[in-house]
Ligand binder design. Structure first.
Ligand SMILES: *[C@@H]1O[C@H](CO)[C@@H](O)[C@H](O)[C@H]1NC(C)=O
Ligand SMILES: *[C@@H]1O[C@H](CO)[C@@H](O)[C@H](O)[C@H]1NC(C)=O
Ligand SMILES: *[C@@H]1O[C@H](CO)[C@@H](O)[C@H](O)[C@H]1NC(C)=O
Length: 369
């Protein structure tokens, strides 16, 4: 008896608290409906064009499609945060002058996305992590990967899932890598002060790697200053730059050897005023992207001792050493702004090819075999 009275009382006490938000909600919803109603009509038209059933649209998707009716934007959905790390979604227009992109990480927009960017590593060997809903007819999946085949796990079942590839390889649909670009006018360049002869900064030490085997031979003939976690000498970003600049030569040794697999291990020393000694693909691969006089290739020498002799000789020949920097008069290193640049380049590509059917029927043999 007492209990029922208490319940009734509390209901009465709570009633106005429920009422106010409800009324507010109805009013706000009414305003939204009224504001967007003309645009809903055009969504229907758009939907017919895209051959997607209207029921599939989530309300978030509706809003975006409505906005796009005016702006003609290409919607790119980042399916996974790259390496699981969140980043600020910035404007492709202000960063790279790429217009007309709507970048999102909101999976609710799957049904309206023109492109879905999928980072290989984040699939984590489990295909159920990929979108499970049917792919809209206009949508392209972009396979994004920047590790070499040796360091990229093969996933059974991804052979013919993707439409477009994004990779360091020049024959990818969307190749992304650093490069040398012409300077507008000759820029003054001063070779940084040098205090070390040969340096190597390494984070992933594996005795099976070709680069470790070569290092072990080279160090018998020339002193190599080594840094990084495996040597208990980790460097933060600032130290990395100052250390790199203070070395005459830097061992730009890639972790594995594959065509076009030339990474920031080459471009960082070039940028910071050091002469790279490269181990990776063939000299002719390097010469496609940087002048032949800008680097030293281990394959130019029949033995590690010969290489060491050459480095010692250059150490004592100022003029010849400085000639490795002549490219600086006309070119500079253009870095890559990871990962926003990749996202925006994907948008640019999808936008330019939005009318084309594209599919990548055998990713597995293209990349691994
Ligand atoms: C929308 O953008 C695409 C790609 O840039 C272009 O081909 C198309 O003509 C544009 N459509 C309108 C209505 O502006
Ligand atoms: C990097 O390390 C140096 C020396 O340990 C320290 O003085 C500096 O503040 C560090 N810089 C950053 C950006 O963490
Ligand atoms: C994307 O690729 C898939 C798989 O090959 C294919 O079924 C689909 O039609 C392609 N879509 C476009 C827009 O090219």
């Amino acid at each position: 008896m007492t209990k029922s009275v208490a319940t009734t009382q509390s209901t009465w006490v709570n009633f106005p608290q429920f009422l106010l938000p409800s009324i507010l909600c109805i009013v706000v919803f009414g305003v939204i409906l009224w504001t967007y109603s003309p645009k809903f009509t055009s969504i229907n038209f758009h939907k017919q064009q895209l051959c997607v059933t209207p029921e599939k649209y989530h309300s978030a998707a509706k809003t975006v499609v409505a906005q796009n009716e005016d702006q003609n934007e290409t919607i790119i959905l980042i399916w996974f945060w790259i390496f699981g790390e969140h980043f600020d979604l910035q404007s492709c227009s202000s960063l790279f002058g790429i217009e007309g992109c709507h970048i999102t990480a909101d999976r609710k927009l799957y049904s309206v996305a023109h492109g879905v960017l999928i980072h290989h590593r984040d699939i984590r060997m489990d295909l159920s992590n990929l979108p499970q809903e049917p792919r809209p007819s206009f949508q392209k999946w972009v396979w994004m990967n920047f590790e070499s085949p040796s360091n990229t796990p093969r996933i059974v079942g991804i052979k013919d899932l993707f439409n477009v590839t994004m990779n360091y390889r020049k024959d990818a649909n969307i190749p992304v890598h650093e490069s040398l670009v012409l300077t507008e006018k000759p820029e003054p360049f001063q070779i940084p002060q040098k205090s070390l002869l040969v340096c190597w900064i390494v984070s992933n030490w594996n005795p099976e790697h070709e680069r470790v085997k070569y290092y072990n031979k080279l160090k018998d003939y020339i002193h190599i200053e080594v840094f990084g976690r495996p040597f208990n000498k980790p460097l933060n970003n600032t130290e990395y730059r100052t250390t790199m600049s203070s070395c005459k030569f830097y061992l730009s040794f890639e972790n594995s050897m594959h065509t076009d697999y030339i990474t920031e291990k080459l471009y960082k020393p070039l940028m910071l005023g050091t002469v790279p000694v490269v181990l990776g693909p063939l000299r002719k691969d390097y010469e496609k992207i940087i002048p032949r006089g800008a680097f030293i290739h281990v394959q130019d020498f029949s033995s590690a001792k010969d290489l060491a002799d050459r480095l010692h000789a250059l150490d004592h020949n100022k003029e010849e050493y400085e000639s490795y920097f002549t490219w600086r008069k006309n070119f500079k290193v253009k870095g890559v702004n990871f990962p926003m640049e990749h996202v925006c380049r994907a948008c640019d590509y999808i936008r330019k090819h939005h009318k084309d059917y594209e599919s990548f029927p055998d990713l597995t043999s293209w990349y691994w075999d």
